[in-house]
Design a binder for this molecule. Sequence first.
Ligand code: T5A
Length: 215
Amino acid sequence: MNGKFIVLEGLEGAGKTSSVIQIVKVLNQHGIYDILMTHEPGGTPLAETLRQLIKDEKSNESITNHAEVLLLYAARVQLVEQVIKPALARGTWIIGDRHDLSSQAYQGGGRGVDAHFLKMLRTTILGTFHPNLTFYLDIPPAVGLKRIYTHSKLDRIELESIEFFERVRARYQELAVENKRIITIDASRSLKVVNNEIRSILTLWLHTKEGCSMS
Ligand code: T5A
């Protein structure tokens, strides 16, 4: 199993999607071309259907916090078991636009879902599976939301209050401090500066034991 799982996390407008191409460039420079991009929720037919349900801002039925968590984990387990693990086993590198940390931050921090319940779900569904490296793009919600207001139609979660996103950010920051596999990047700076930092850190990481494709 030489493939590695690198994840981008952060609030809306943090620049996750914009950063994927930088990661691809660095991997290519290191001779890694077998790369798969994933996004969550989504990435299998069932997970994409669940994504639409989760994001649907027009639904007449309000989704309870626990239902939302279960939908997200249903989508995640499909993606992990049917796409990510088989790809890693073939030696493919994966760049994930969001993964489990999003649930810890949005549902745990933002919605206030019980931490023990989330931990139990995570352990039961994912076991010891985790990304090899996560870039958490940290940004004040007002800055990130301003970036996306200009070009997108807002979905059910993006329509949440600024206080909701402040709680999400606070939980992201807490979790990033606790876990050495999560690297925090100040994403409020220009895209060029953010991209340079991601490229430098990734280049260094690829020369560590954890990042070496031969390990
Ligand atoms: N969710 C997801 C949960 O609640 N729990 C979970 O467990 C999971 C997995 C997913 C939604 O689901 C929630 C979180 C989300 O609300 P999504 O459609 O996948 O929704 O949305 P996001 O992942 O939030 O994607 P966004 O496109 O909103 O944000 P990105 O990818 O971080 O931002 P990006 O790169 O598209 O950039 C947005 C704009 O900002 C500009 C870009 O050019 C672009 O125009 N930009 C910058 N501008 C200036 N300076 C920079 N540094 C910039 N970086 C980007």
